[in-house]
Design a protein around this ligand. Structure first.
Ligand SMILES: C[S@@+](CC[C@H](N)C(=O)[O-])C[C@H]1O[C@@H](n2cnc3c(N)ncnc32)[C@H](O)[C@@H]1O
Length: 196
């Protein structure tokens, strides 16, 4: 669902929560966050057509990736974050009718239980891995949540490195959290190399 541009401009002007992601809240009206989520979605290779797919976006912040997945035809989109839905304005965005996905409040470690064993065709795990105290435990949870494709994006180095086989991405931004080299990749749960 698209907001009117003037409603979106007023919403942004009044909002006091943290804008992490940048994406179009209405045609021509970009949210003011530093993380260009539309660029990341395209760079990750996420299919344009997600018709009929179920998607879980872990660490959703402002919900930008979830919105894009829904716009690409996903039939079920669930978002989660360790932060409350108020912290990044998810609740306020839902009130506008712009974001209507189900929000699950919890850490990656507890998500399989919180979601009652549900699995998803696509799981997005962008910008979360490097936050974790127990990254391997986080990946175990991810495996339990995924039934086909997992998309991961993570910091891999504090220094800026060149492209590696076209998959390493360098964030050209002045924000300290994004400086250095970040990498996107995807894997299928059926691949033998996927966590044994
Ligand atoms: C750098 S932001 C990335 C946001 C978004 N995925 C993106 O790429 O724009 C990290 C997000 O992960 C969440 N997060 C941190 N630790 C987490 C955990 N243990 N489980 C789930 N989410 C977590 C944070 O609250 C935050 O929303």
């Amino acid at each position: 669902m698209s907001l009117d541009a003037d409603v979106a401009v007023r919403f942004i002007a009044k909002a006091s929560f943290l804008w992490h992601q940048r994406f179009a809240l209405a045609p021509g009206v970009m949210k003011p966050g530093a993380n260009d989520i539309e660029w990341l979605v395209d760079r990750s290779g996420l299919p344009q057509d997600l018709t009929g797919k179920s998607v879980l976006d872990v660490g959703t912040t402002n919900g930008g990736a979830a919105f894009i997945c829904e716009a690409r035809g996903a039939s079920r989109v669930v978002v989660s974050d360790i932060a409350s839905p108020e912290r990044f304005g998810f609740a306020a965005l839902s009130d506008t009718g712009r974001l209507q996905r189900e929000f699950v409040h919890g850490s990656i470690y507890e998500l399989p239980e919180l979601l009652g064993g549900e699995t998803f065709d696509i799981v997005l795990f962008w910008g979360v891995l490097y936050h974790l105290r127990h990254p391997l435990l986080g990946l175990d949870s991810l495996r339990r949540l995924a039934r086909d494709l997992v998309y991961v994006e993570t910091a891999v180095s504090d220094a800026t490195l060149p492209e590696l086989d076209g998959v390493a991405v360098v964030r050209c931004t002045s924000t300290p959290w994004a400086a250095g080299t970040r990498r996107t990749f995807s894997c299928r749960t059926a691949e033998p190399s996927w966590l044994g």
